[in-house]
Write a protein that binds this ligand. Structure first.
Ligand code: 5GP
Length: 188
């Protein structure tokens, strides 16, 4: 780890499932060429339209466990019955070139990154209200009723941890939330 240029900024974006992290990050990347997003690995099945290598590296539990064993992840966590992890190598390479990195991950992963990279900047994305979050997860139509239940339970836990973060951005209006993130990470 000593080869990492500590001035290269590692930004973590966390927030409950359904809050709109994906849309925020997508907008952020469309508006800023220099934003590099790490592609996570997951044991979750691809949703409609998700492409291997672009949205996630989709893998079996065995493949994921092997990567955990060999230290292939910078952080990893279980979320609503599936495993998710940030591949270490690509992030370390990017940072060692002095280039900024963006991670879009859940709470446990953010905590692990905080321990290994105390200089990382951590942003929590909050919904305007819990009811609105529930509506967004349900309307998304991508998860089973059981998965929605698990995600909402986990969301309560994540929301109560928002004080741990360097900044909280409420995703009410997408454009304003993106602009706020751009200001926080020094893009504008
Ligand atoms: P989804 O199944 O909705 O794509 O993602 C579920 C949750 O896992 C989201 O909160 C997302 O931010 C998080 N997540 C995605 N990739 C990673 C990762 O590499 N590590 C961790 N810890 N969480 C991740």
């Amino acid at each position: 780890m000593s080869s990492i240029n500590s001035s290269a900024r590692l930004t973590v974006i966390t927030g409950p499932s359904g809050v709109g992290k994906g849309s925020l990050v997508k907008q952020l990347m469309l508006r800023n060429d220099q934003v590099w997003l790490s592609v996570s690995s997951t044991t979750r099945a691809p949703r409609n339209g998700e492409i291997h290598g672009i949205h996630y590296n989709f893998m079996t539990v065995e493949q994921f466990s092997h990567l955990v064993e060999v230290g292939g992840f910078l952080e990893w966590a279980e979320f609503a019955g599936n495993c998710y992890g940030t591949p270490r190598e690509a992030v370390v390479q990017q940072l060692s070139k002095g280039l900024p990195v963006l991670l879009e991950i859940e709470l446990e992963g953010a905590r692990q990154v905080r321990n290994s990279f105390p200089e990382s900047f951590q942003i929590f994305i909050a919904p305007p209200s819990f009811d609105e979050l529930e509506r967004r997860i349900t309307d998304r139509g991508t998860d089973s009723p059981e998965a929605i239940k698990r995600r909402l339970l986990r969301a309560q836990e994540e929301l109560s941890a928002q004080n741990e973060f360097d900044a909280v951005v409420v995703n009410d209006d997408l454009e304003s939330a993106v602009t706020e993130i751009e200001k926080l990470i020094g893009l504008i």
